[in-house]
Design a protein around this ligand. Structure first.
Ligand code: HEC
Length: 181
């Protein structure tokens, strides 16, 4: 009787572990899924602020931006060695056949995340859309030197616009490089 109980407990707990490990992924596949999941949690933490469902918190937005930045660029691409698809992984073969596009999106995530950190203090814009928000009165030319991307001035952008740019980068990478469920 006691033996049977122990076996059932062992089976039950191994099921729970598998569920946590993203469908049985191991090694580098699990590592990148974990990194992605951490970013997913940060998106969930700040998205309600961007939608004005909860109070805006610049510090929370900055720490989310740091999470995205930390997992972007090479930190992300090095978790996708050639041939690491299949099994529990949801990658598409395009990751390796269109590697430079993949790499570019990983880099773009880093640039936009650093931009989001800069924009965080500007708070939320009006609902006028990107043009209106970018022309907002929060623009401070003296801070221009702080921009990380030469093309885009994040210091005069509202946080919701910058956040959308980050989220768009997640989405556009997933559109090509992650299997649809
Ligand atoms: C450069 C491409 C790229 C970018 C940018 C990117 N992802 Fe991913 N993401 C992937 C790929 C590819 C997978 C599938 C990985 C696998 O299954 O091996 C994935 C998987 C995921 C998963 C599922 C993880 C799991 O447990 O299976 C989540 C959640 C996720 N990404 C969130 C995000 C968020 C949030 C962002 C932006 C902040 C982001 N990703 C940016 C490529 C990207």
């Amino acid at each position: 009787m006691i033996k049977k109980t122990i076996i059932i407990a062992a089976v039950t707990s191994s099921v729970a572990v598998t569920a946590l490990a993203h469908g049985g992924a191991t090694g580098i596949v699990k590592e990148r899924m974990d990194a992605m999941a951490v970013m997913g949690n940060s998106v969930k933490a700040v998205a309600p602020m961007m939608r004005r469902e909860v109070d805006y918190d610049a510090e929370a937005v900055k720490s989310a931006a740091q999470v995205f930045a930390r997992h972007s660029g090479e930190a992300m691409t090095k978790l996708f060695p050639e041939g690491s698809g299949g099994g529990a992984s949801e990658v598409t073969p395009e990751v390796w056949s269109e590697w430079s596009k993949f790499e570019e999106l990983a880099e773009q995530l880093g640039a936009y995340s650093n931009g989001l950190a800069l924009a965080a203090d500007n708070g939320l814009g009006t609902s006028m859309g990107s043009a209106g928000s970018m022309m907002g009165s929060s623009s401070t030319d003296s801070m221009m030197g702080g921009t990380t991307t030469p093309m885009i001035d994040f210091t005069s952008m509202t946080a919701d616009i910058a956040f959308n740019m980050v989220a768009q980068t997640c989405a556009s990478c997933h559109a090509t490089f992650r299997e649809k469920e």
